[in-house]
Design a protein around this ligand. Structure first.
Ligand SMILES: [Zn+2]
Length: 301
């Protein structure tokens, strides 16, 4: 993993505490196994969310979509997840500033303060300055044709869908509109997370085209271990939070987790922009620079 420098540490403190951070908006595509932890984590970090999902909760989802219950079966996922995010509250006080009484489980200086456990004040009551997280659910399939309706105000776009076509479309939209983005995928025992930002190689640079449907098994078809989507979703949220606060450590890189039962360290694959990439050709900030050396399969490989 990259060494932690002073700037990155400062970013991390801002990301954790919310000090001096204006409201940031993100659109999350998918309210399932990946979208659940991503939304809960980002909402609790004070990021204002739009959650787009066309689907309803099914009994077969519950082992990996732990933010839903049996009572939710048959209900639309996007508004349910938005409601869960808002019920969870946020570490941010009004106006985007931190309230020292409502700083997650951490008090000032990073130590546990018995008065500030969770967003709850002493005795388990919600502190008077605590605010709910902001999230809205949109019941729709995210499509490029009407993406602007759900995504135009987003600083950050996160794909948590189970559909290769959507992943490419989200990347293409983000590249064309100069947005930061994260593409998260999980299947069986592993998954991967790609971070993108203007000026860096994109998802299409690496994967070129969606695999044909018969060759691209989905979670519904091939299965996924429940905890794996939680782990990949959490990592995607952490990467997204970094990007939201201008940390480009993983921009233009793919974090690959082959089998989380065996090893939790990612292979970090950095890649250069592909000269023939049609998405990057339209990007407002060109990735075709010699800004950084290309390092392939950096990390523990
Ligand atoms: Zn590209």
């Amino acid at each position: 993993m990259a060494p932690i420098d002073t700037a990155r540490t400062a970013m991390s403190e801002r990301a954790v505490t919310g000090h001096g951070v204006p409201p940031i908006r993100a659109t999350i595509i998918g309210a399932g196994g990946l979208g659940g932890p991503i939304a809960m984590c980002l909402g609790a970090a004070g990021i204002e969310l739009t959650i787009v999902d066309h689907d309803v909760v099914e009994a077969s989802n519950l082992h990996r979509q732990v933010h839903f219950t049996v009572d939710d079966i048959g209900s639309e996922k996007a508004p349910l997840l938005a409601k869960a995010v808002m019920a969870g509250g946020s570490a941010m006080g009004r106006g985007g500033t931190i309230d020292p009484n409502t700083v997650g489980a951490m008090g000032r200086g990073g130590t546990i303060d018995p008065n500030t456990v969770g967003a709850m004040g002493r005795g388990g009551a919600i502190g008077p300055n605590a605010v709910g997280a902001k999230a809205r659910g949109v019941v729709a399939r995210w499509r490029p044709e009407d993406a602007d309706d759900h995504t135009s105000d987003a600083d950050l776009v996160i794909d948590a869908s189970d559909d290769p076509q959507t992943k490419f479309a989200v990347s293409d939209w983000a590249v064309a509109n100069g947005r930061r983005y994260v593409i998260a995928s999980a299947l069986r025992y592993g998954g991967n997370v790609m971070a993108g930002a203007p000026g860096y190689a994109c998802y299409r640079c690496l994967f070129e085209e969606p695999a044909v449907a018969e060759e691209a098994p989905s979670c519904a078809d091939a299965g996924v271990l429940g905890p794996v989507v939680g782990a990949i979703g959490g990592i995607a949220a952490a990467v997204a939070l970094g990007l939201a606060h201008e940390d480009r450590t993983y921009a233009g890189a793919l974090l690959v987790f082959d089998d989380l039962r065996a090893i939790a360290e990612p292979r970090i694959v950095r890649f250069a922009a592909r000269a023939t990439c049609p998405a990057c050709a339209r990007a407002p900030i060109s990735p075709f620079t010699d800004r950084a050396p290309v390092r392939i399969a950096e990390g523990n490989t």
